[in-house]
Design a protein around this ligand. Sequence first.
Ligand code: SF4
Ligand code: ZN
Length: 709
Amino acid sequence: MTLFDIIYSGNDELFARADKAIYDAIAQYGEDKAVAFPDTAYSLPCYYGVTGQKVGNLGELKAALANVKETLMGRKPRLNDVFNSGIASALCAEFLEVLKYIDGAAPYELPRYGHLSDAMIRELGVPLVTGDIPGVAAIIGTAPTAQDAVDLVKSYQAQGILVTLTGGVIDQCESLGLKTGFNIRVIPLGDEMQSVIHVVSVAVRAALIFGNITPGDLPGLEKYTMDRVFAFVNAYGPLADEVYAYGGGAIALGFPVISNEDRYRVPKSLIYQEDVSKFNATSLEARDIKLKITNIDIPVAFASAFEGEIIRRGDMQVEFDGSRVDCFELVHNKDASEVEDHKIEVIGPDIDEFEVGSKHSIGYIVEVAGKNMQADFEPVFERKFHSYLNCIEGLMHTGQRDMIRIRVSKDTFNAGFRLKHLGEVLYAKVKSEFAAVVDKCQVKVITDPEMCTKLRHELAIPMFDKRDERLTTLTDEGVDVYYSCIMCQAFSPSHVCVVTPERLGLCGAVSWLDAKATNELDPQGPCQVITKEKVIDERIGEYEDVNEAVRKFSQGALEDVSLYSIIEKPMTSCGCFECICGIEPLSNGVCIANREYAGMTPIGMTFSELASMTGGGVQTPGFMGHGKHFISSKKFMKAEGGIARIVWMPKDLKDQVAERLNESAKELYGIDNFVDMIADETVVTEDPEALLEFLTEKGHPALEMEPMM
Ligand code: SF4
Ligand code: ZN
């Protein structure tokens, strides 16, 4: 048989299975029975992406299958038919999978995930654009040995590559105790081959969410995934016809397949690699993936895949806890004569001198010197410590400044990890990422409790206070320039964030100071200076120079933006925003949902559904993606009356922003405890009438304001 024959026959088999399954389901439930994946606004994402049509019930699913047969299952021996047949196979698998979710069933149990939510994909946005996740590996089948499987997964994990597992490889990894989970970027999908569709669904939604690809534009979709989603497949032989059938689809999307089965070869697309220990190298080469390499001399792995790792009490060797004892982390800009490059000092007892499970003080000071270093960069570096330290396998860091907590796992301790390694990591990362301004760097790690107390109160806190003072003077009016950020253009080709002191990037990760530092470090890089001399409209925050910049950086896709309005020329969204707000007409206000909130809002949409209204670098009046910190900003939709428009937020988000939001409301409108006037899901989830009632009772200011539209 030729490769074409295999792909076609695999497709025919899948079609027959999907056909029968849909037929059976209709016999059982009737054509009107609803079908849907949970937590997505993209219906059956692959089918929607390929055809532009949404499927809501079994009758529509049946019609969709007929459509697949008619439009994608041509059988001429030509390349286009093979690719389409591969896509058709993927769609059949998606149909088979969605049937499992009928009646709100939860067909997958952790560690297996099955379908992945839109929120997860959005969360991957920033690490994908920064290259912290340089690629996506779809591992499928059963490895020659369980150890081979674990070795391969770990090799990708150490490179930051996101891994999905399908088939026997999941049990193999489990049998050797490998930890998996979305938080550490190793995601078991399911045991059946067809569950591989859930990673295809991620790639398709990335195109819809970030790329503004029109659903139904198959060539556009294929080009997007080929150019921007650095995914590839590792398929362990022997391969069933079904896997070849999906392989055709993977190749159509631009994802090469690397296998140890030497039945067929297609240059650059279906690649034979006999030695499974070389899958990693072969894959990276085939997909042309560049890794960010930081060589750090520590006894455990260091990769962004470990950032979300959680260390439970029972697994921890020791803990440093700023809520109980004096702790702090600090970057201190010093004179060159005071810094000896790469000096790492540990002052006080090391981890091996502490009892298992005990709590201690810690302070670490990264002292830097450089001709171009500025005190303004101190907090920029310092805020990265959280991510640097979390990249250490078996170390968990939370908080910042003098409210930090660090846990070191027993495994990591047993591997030889000590406090000097913490210093090594901070040194290596600060030196490599900020090379343009840091000439010399030394690290002091202090565990001596008295010294921690003294330094916290006499050095760290006064420095934090001074920085806070500086931040309050940083207003949009008080600076001469803003910055553009186009980091997300890797995925959202026309998106531009305009970052101002009072409006951070919508991802929440780029403040005006961050953008300033980024510009200083890499003048040709993603953050460029934007002047703000030619005011067009003060009220909505529109400037001729900002418009010019936006036009240039969006390659003409965007004409003009305002900084302070969500209705008139609002800023665009790429897709990775922390929060989204949307107008709630009855109350004349806006509801805000954060990515972590999975429930319903009074607008009648979930976060995912609201989020799907905007994105891909397009302006969508009435909806706006934004960072969490922007919620308490005095510039938050200032043109429409400001934060007084906020009528609803999830409770958790309210708690996070309460202090600053109350302060701003007091200052702007003289309102005390404004946050208490804002409804949340404990009061109302979807009924706008009930929301109105609550707001009336509280005397919410939005009710008195002019109609928004
Ligand atoms: Fe992306 Fe905007 Fe954040 Fe830059 S500031 S990384 S463009 S979301
Ligand atoms: Zn983004």
